[in-house]
Write a protein that binds this ligand. Structure first.
Ligand code: CA
Length: 228
């Protein structure tokens, strides 16, 4: 049974989420402040976290930052819950490594669809194949969700990891932002081009020197350099 941690201080919304997700058969954990959410995420290692941005004691962005900086929790997908006027925070959240966001008020149906898509992506990257991709000093173990650069582990979020796999699977091949969005989301909902750019920027940063091989093709999209 998949475990989902809900970090949301607004009781009505919290209860609504619990009610709907319970019916879908998920195991649910609750936190009502940022620090409680952080603590529960670390101690229970859920399969996914729904994280409100405006939270008491510690806000959602700080929680996200801490979780993504922690090797033990960096792989856990985070869906940010935001109010309508929090666009800047959404971009910050994505920059910090959140995988997705949903704007309040949302319909339970949309929330469930979003959760399913993300959990399925996690499954795929775990199960599909035990393939290992090698590009110069970079080794991607697809099955184990592990990236080694000069034999050192690189902590990537699920989305960064999947973008890397898509590009690394076909070096030299240019992917448009729309194609990347399709591959990531399976067409379930819209994610912006800007979000893809943010993910690529994060990925490059984490890959350090190797990041330069993730090339921008002006006006078209992104590719992994051939002949590394
Ligand atoms: Ca709130």
């Amino acid at each position: 049974m998949k475990k989902i941690l809900i970090v949301e201080d607004e009781k009505d919304i919290h209860e609504l989420i619990v009610y709907n997700l319970k019916q879908e058969g998920y195991e649910l954990l609750s936190a009502f402040t940022g620090d409680e959410g952080l603590e529960k995420a670390i101690s229970t290692k859920p399969d996914l976290i729904l994280l409100d941005i405006m939270l008491p004691i510690m806000n959602g962005l700080d929680v996200c930052r801490e979780l993504k900086a922690n090797d033990k929790t960096t792989h856990i997908p985070i869906v940010m819950l935001s109010a309508k006027n929090e666009d800047v925070d959404i971009i910050t959240g994505l920059e910090l490594g959140a995988d997705d966001y949903i704007t309040k008020p949302f319909s339970p149906r949309v929330l469930i669809a979003r959760i399913r898509t993300i959990l399925r992506r996690g499954e795929q990257s775990k199960d599909t194949d035990s393939k290992v991709i090698k590009l110069g000093d970079l080794i991607i173990d697809v099955g184990r969700h592990e990236v080694l650069l000069n034999k050192k582990s690189v902590g990537l979020t699920l989305t960064e990891f999947q973008i890397l796999i898509i590009l690394a699977n076909r070096p030299g091949w240019v992917y448009s932002r729309a194609q990347l969005i399709d591959e990531l989301r399976e067409g379930h909902h819209v994610i912006t081009d800007r979000a893809i750019d943010v993910q690529i920027t994060n990925l490059r940063k984490k890959l350090g020197e190797f990041g330069k091989y993730v090339e921008t093709v002006r006006g078209v999209g992104y590719r992994m350099r051939e002949n590394i």
